[in-house]
Design a protein around this ligand. Structure first.
Ligand SMILES: C[S@@+](CC[C@H](N)C(=O)[O-])C[C@H]1O[C@@H](n2cnc3c(N)ncnc32)[C@H](O)[C@@H]1O
Length: 277
């Protein structure tokens, strides 16, 4: 396996990021899997801490996957555009750039511009809490950081080189990324979590529409993986529904510090589970 590059790190802060849990997760991953598969890659904290030589990663969010594609294929053009954002960065400018996805011309925006926009907003938004409304439009307020690291040239160049290796980027439903896996593949699943509060469960509101039925569909995919002899690890919230769905699998409890939480009273340590099959 190639040596890991310490400069290769997540470039976006993403809700549900796994940095806090890396010490629990990394020892549970096989050393050198034939293919490492991450169907809900998000901010890619686990992928980039591991830097597997052969990987397939996926996310439903097209703007996010576009960021990784542009970092891989057009780092120079991306850096140029980020420098422009950096020079112009003010509160007014932030809201102008944020509003672009509310305009019909957004569909005509180039890939580099779209990727630079996401990175810029992610680095400058309040708390790094990048949220979208039900129409998929970013609605986080401006963050007023003194020195946001908008350009991060060494990080982007290092990530670009890593992604130019044997890493397949996919954008779609996670189940697509689980098709035709070779023997010896390993899957790490970090889905949107089962909501912990009763109110969120009852109203059916979940991030990205990942409700209980979706959790059942995911469990069924895990059963299929087991039938194919493919090992996996899944993170999820520690709640009765998840424990029941995965009663046949090995469940470890871990503590995660959640800095990003819309409800202040749920900040601090919460239990999560790591499910292996
Ligand atoms: C909890 S986050 C992953 C966090 C990530 N592992 C990290 O360290 O930052 C879940 C991700 O799943 C994606 N997602 C939601 N529904 C999906 C689906 N049906 N198929 C694929 N990805 C999906 C979301 O866009 C989000 O990026």
């Amino acid at each position: 396996m190639a040596r890991k590059n310490a400069l290769v790190k997540p470039i976006l802060k993403w809700v549900g990021g796994k940095r806090q849990l890396l010490d629990d997760i990394l020892p549970l991953l096989p050393k050198d899997p034939k293919l490492y598969v991450e169907p809900f890659v998000g901010g890619a904290a686990v992928l980039l801490a591991k830097q597997p030589a052969h990987a397939r990663v996926n996310d439903y969010n097209a703007e996010l996957v576009n960021v990784y594609k542009v970092v891989r294929d057009e780092p120079d053009a991306l850096l140029e555009k980020l420098r422009e954002h950096d020079e112009n960065n003010t509160s007014d400018y932030y809201y102008e750039v944020r509003a672009l996805d509310r305009e019909s011309s957004f569909v005509d925006m180039g890939e580099v511009e779209r990727a630079a926009r996401i990175i810029y907003l992610n680095k400058t938004c309040f708390n790094g809490l990048y949220r979208v409304n039900s129409a998929g439009q970013i609605n986080s307020p401006y963050g007023r950081y003194k020195h946001p690291n908008i350009v991060n040239e060494p990080g982007i160049r290092a990530l670009s080189r890593y992604l130019q290796g044997d890493v397949t980027l996919m954008c779609g439903d996670y189940s697509e990324a689980l098709r035709s896996l070779p023997r010896g593949a390993f899957v790490y699943l970090d889905p949107p979590y089962m909501p912990l509060t009763q109110t969120s469960a009852f109203t059916g509101y979940t991030e990205g529409g990942f409700d209980y039925d979706e959790q059942v569909r995911l469990r069924d995919e895990c059963v299929k993986l087991r039938e194919q002899g493919i090992h996996f690890l899944e993170s999820n919230s520690d709640c009765p529904e998840i424990r029941e769905l995965y009663a046949d699998f090995t469940i470890r409890t871990v503590q995660a510090k959640r800095a990003i939480n819309s409800r202040g009273d749920r900040r601090g340590a919460v239990n999560e589970v790591l499910i292996s099959g």
